[in-house]
Design a protein. Structure first.
Lengths: 373, 300, 295
């Protein structure tokens, strides 16, 4: 759980974007349910989540493409829920196919300025400046179909940024690009945002993308805001079960609480007793809880008497297989919970364990995390 | 340029402009128009068919005379037989035209497909009355076909069944409506993915089996719609039996226009009502079997 | 067509296709052939002449009918195409798609004589009702609103042509991506502005086709117009009355051929144009469908 910045200023400037109690229904389908978020000016904010989970709906509602069923959208403190997209101080970058095919690059970029009534001269100057910002000087007279995917997205960026609005919405802007290009453009987006200083709200289902660019991340799934906070906290200290299962590679387990004393909670996982820190969560004996631990913090040993193994912070199982990924190797171990746990290491093991060989997975006390929701 | 600086939004724009809010209604104008001038008149044919006939017009009332006139006379027999012949025409159109649609979709490159479709639109650029009427000198006793066949020595006596007969009407129908089967088939074949043909080749399915088991079920909604179109127009276009049919040849359309000419409006309405209900029945059955909404899938 | 297909089978199918087109067009060609004959239709000797074409313009009956038809065609297009556009937009947004499609396409499935008869009786009754209303209110301004006239023929033609225009426009709009309108809105354009600046230029070809198609359909339509028009003559009614009585006049043959020439030239022009530009168009289509995603 993360705090939301300054709490002790009495005359605070309103957040750039605020969503209050937002709900969006399509007939009986609930796309969004009671979402509350505050996004500060100048932040790079990412809406992360599985496909169909509601993050795009949320973005589009902020942009004015959907009308909220309940709740409100406030931009710079003003309720804009009833305003159409053209009347909001937002601009938007789409996933693909959003450049106007019958106009060239310069005309595309300058379209918003034309609608606003700028003189041709000013329009051209500003558009050229925007193109320079995204590194596409010289492409002015090309048509969209003469550009590659990455170039098209840059033109979209230029078109959105030339309007000099405070809030830029990006709807899975990199989803259609090849993996390597995506990585490069991620960094470019981050640098662009730092340079221009406006608020970016970026939707993606790709974790790596989210972690690269975000100041803060909000996890949206099944129409709900699951958790939000800065990237580090979301990764290292997930609060909810879903967060742990979605972000990073976490080993998930479940069990029943057998004892709560102070900050220490005892859980039985598949007949094994495990200890975990409570960290101010409300939990009672007998409750079913989830546990997670990052696969890179999970260690493996073939020696059951290994000194590093602490009782209550280990599980035994049988070895399944290794997945070699170059940088890392994932060792899969069956501990009887239904799905294999993963021990992820950077170094190669010269001698791999045999299949079905008994192994012990262990971890440092404090690395295991408790989830009650 | 404060509007584009992205700062606080002026209060005046908080209320969406009147244009935006009220502009939704205009989209319903065509629908209202169609209801007023199409759906309602068609529905009223049923009402009017029960009216009583007067000298020059008709009088509101409830009388079954018009239906009596239709069902208990030669008209019913003619109506049914025209349905029968129209059905034959539909089948012929299908056999002649559907393979063209399949060929187009399968073997002709995308861009060229639309050019060929244009070729089939060409006949429509000419009025159907001209096309039908121009068949007379072709099919007549001393017309083009007979002269050619006789000169080639294929026949001795001229064929008289080509015109002023049911055959003539069928020929006229096929020539008038064949393009529609090509269009309907073309649209319908959009539902059949190209790889089907490769898969069938791979598993050794012959063309007939392929047609029966794969193409037909997938393309059925479109084929059905095209067939209904041809069928209904076949029994409804008065000109066809008028110009090409034998003595006393009539179809529903001709009965209706003859009734109007004779100022028997309830009868005309009765025919219209029967036709309309026949059509609705066909479409309903088709929808239940094929789910006709699939026709528009490629357009979505 | 893949590398393994039989080339002769392919050619045979093409030949069949073109044969069918030729057979379909043969009555038209025959009419053209007759129109050049000095001795008119059915005469034993054939003498080539342009005479009848020249005489088209002096045939008052024909010219008058043509004028009426032209007016009807233009007026119909002015109503039909915008209606088709609005209905297509509604279709895209609405949830009751089936109802909209049914209403818009149903006239296709109603035979012309039936539609004409139904509308005729409807209008006469409507006219009568309006008259009675006028009598009730003591005025005669309602008297002739729906008598059989230009207005009724116009309405009938709109009903007839709307399904065709609707289909053409739906198909054209089908290729248009809604992201474009949204992007335009995000740039600050209002709904109407976004349509005019962004959508219309891309569906222009379809709108133009719908207009041409509608005009041609109006020129060729006979049954509904004849039933609904009231006192004036249209091109097709003149032709039919001639056909059924003394046979078509030579000028009529010439006129029909002329119309056919125009229509064929129009379609032929489109075919040639796309043929010439087919390579460039295909390249563009490929680039639009699959842009390179690695740079």
């Amino acid at each position: 759980m993360s705090a939301l910045g300054n709490t002790d200023m009495t005359a605070t400037k309103p957040a750039a974007v605020e969503v209050r109690g937002l709900a969006k229904h399509y007939g009986s389908v609930i796309a969004l349910q009671d979402v509350n978020i505050k996004i500060e000016a100048g932040e790079y904010f990412v809406l992360l989540g599985p496909s169909g989970g509601g993050k795009t709906t949320l973005l589009r509602t902020i942009g004015g493409f959907h009308k909220p069923t309940k709740g409100a959208v406030l931009l710079h403190g003003q309720d804009v829920s009833h305003l159409p997209p053209d009347k909001r101080p937002t601009s938007m970058v789409f996933q693909s196919y959003a450049l106007f095919p019958h106009m060239n690059v310069l005309q595309n970029v300058g379209y918003g300025l034309k609608v606003a009534g700028l003189s041709k001269r000013d329009n051209q100057d500003k558009s050229a400046a925007a193109l320079e910002l995204v590194g596409l000087t010289g492409f002015e007279s090309r048509k969209p179909h003469e550009l590659s995917g990455g170039q098209q997205q840059r033109v979209q960026l230029a078109r959105a940024m030339v309007l000099e609005r405070d809030i830029l919405l990006l709807d899975e802007p990199l989803a259609a690009l090849d993996a390597q290009l995506r990585k490069d453009m991620c960094l470019e987006l981050k640098h662009l945002q730092e340079k221009v200083g406006i608020t970016f709200i970026h939707v993606t289902h790709n974790q790596e993308e989210a972690m690269t660019v975000a100041d803060r991340i909000a996890l949206i799934a099944s129409g709900e805001l699951v958790e939000h906070g800065n990237a580090r906290d979301i990764y290292r200290a997930p609060d909810r079960t879903f967060t742990a299962s979605f972000v990073g590679e976490n080993n998930m387990m479940s069990g029943a609480v057998t004892d709560v004393s102070g900050d220490k909670v005892t859980v039985t996982v598949n007949d094994t007793v495990v200890h975990v820190d409570r960290r101010d969560k409300a939990v009672s004996t007998g409750e079913k809880v989830s546990l997670s631990i990052r696969s890179e913090l999970t260690r493996m040993t073939l020696d059951p008497d290994d000194a590093q193994v602490q009782s209550g912070h280990a599980l035994t199982g049988s070895y399944r297989e290794a997945v070699y990924l170059g940088l890392t190797t994932s060792h899969l171990v069956d501990v009887g919970t239904g799905h294999d746990l993963v021990c992820r290491v950077v170094d190669d093991l010269d001698v791999l364990p045999q299949k079905d060989q008994p192994v012990t997975l262990y971890w440092r006390a404090g690395d295991l995390r408790l989830h009650t929701q | 340029m404060s509007e584009i600086s992205g700062g606080m939004i002026p209060a005046a724009t908080y209320k969406a402009s009147l244009m935006e809010r009220s502009s939704g209604w205009i989209f319903y104008v065509p629908i209202v128009f169609m209801i007023l001038f199409f759906a309602i008149p068609m529905a009223l044919t049923v009402v009017f068919s029960f009216f009583e006939r007067t000298m020059f017009w008709m009088e509101p009332g409830f009388s079954l005379k018009a239906y009596e006139n239709f069902f208990f006379s030669a008209r019913l027999k003619n109506f049914l037989s025209s349905m029968y012949y129209s059905l034959i025409a539909v089948v012929i159109c299908f056999i002649l035209g559907f393979p063209i649609a399949v060929f187009l979709r399968r073997s002709v490159p995308q861009v060229a497909q639309h050019r060929v479709i244009l070729l089939f639109i060409l006949p429509f650029m000419v009025s159907e009355i001209i096309r039908i009427f121009a068949l007379r000198p072709v099919l007549q006793r001393n017309g083009l076909i007979n002269t050619a066949l006789q000169n080639l020595g294929i026949i001795d006596e001229p064929l008289t069944i080509l015109i002023y007969s049911h055959t003539g009407v069928i020929i006229g129908e096929v020539l008038s409506f064949l393009p529609f089967i090509v269009f309907a088939g073309f649209l319908a074949m959009e539902a059949v993915p190209k790889y089907i043909f490769e898969v069938c080749d791979d598993i050794g399915a012959g063309p007939f089996a392929r047609f029966r088991d794969v193409i037909l079920p997938l393309a059925a909604p479109g084929i059905f719609a095209g067939s209904v179109f041809i069928f209904v127009n076949g029994i409804g276009v008065a000109l066809l039996p008028n110009i090409l049919g034998g003595p006393g040849a009539v179809n529903a359309g001709l009965i209706a226009t003859q009734a109007i000419a004779a100022l028997d409006f309830p009868l005309a309405m009765a025919i219209s009502a029967i036709m309309m209900l026949t059509l609705m029945g066909l479409l309903y059955i088709g929808h239940r079997i094929f789910d006709l909404t699939k026709i528009l899938a490629p357009i979505n | 067509m893949n590398d393994y297909d039989n080339i002769w089978g392919h050619r045979a199918k093409w030949a069949y296709l073109l044969l069918i087109v030729f057979v379909l067009m043969s009555p038209v060609f025959y009419v053209m052939y007759i129109s050049f004959n000095l001795n008119g239709f059915g005469a034993a000797r054939y003498v080539f002449t342009w005479k009848w074409y020249g005489m088209i313009f002096s045939d008052q009956l024909l010219m008058q009918a043509l004028r009426w038809t032209m007016t009807l065609a233009v007026m119909t297009t002015i109503v039909t195409v915008p209606f088709a556009l609005l209905a297509a937009k509604l279709y895209k947004i609405s949830e009751q798609k089936l109802l909209i499609v049914f209403l818009m396409l149903a006239p296709l499935f109603v035979a012309p004589d039936i539609l004409g008869s139904a509308l005729l009786v409807f209008f006469k009754n409507l006219n009568g009702s309006f008259k009675s209303l006028g009598v009730l209110l003591g005025t005669d301004m309602f008297d002739a609103w729906f008598r059989l006239s230009f207005l009724t023929a116009w309405i009938g033609l709109v009903i007839y042509t709307i399904p065709y225009a609707f289909i053409v426009i739906l198909i054209t709009m089908g290729r248009f991506r809604t992201e474009q309108t949204e992007a335009a809105r995000a740039c600050g354009a209002s709904g109407w502005r976004a349509f005019w600046d962004i959508e219309f230029p891309q569906i222009r070809a379809g709108v133009f086709s719908a207009c041409s198609f509608t005009v041609i359909l109006c020129f060729n339509e006979y049954t509904r117009t004849s039933l609904l028009k009231g006192g004036f003559d249209t091109f097709t009614t003149v032709l039919v009355s001639q056909m059924l009585n003394e046979g078509m006049s030579e000028q009529s043959y010439a006129m029909s051929s002329f119309m056919s020439f125009v229509a064929i030239a129009f379609i032929g022009g489109i075919i040639l144009y796309t043929l010439v530009r087919s390579e460039a168009l295909a390249r563009e289509a490929r680039a639009k469908a699959e842009p390179i995603m690695s740079t």
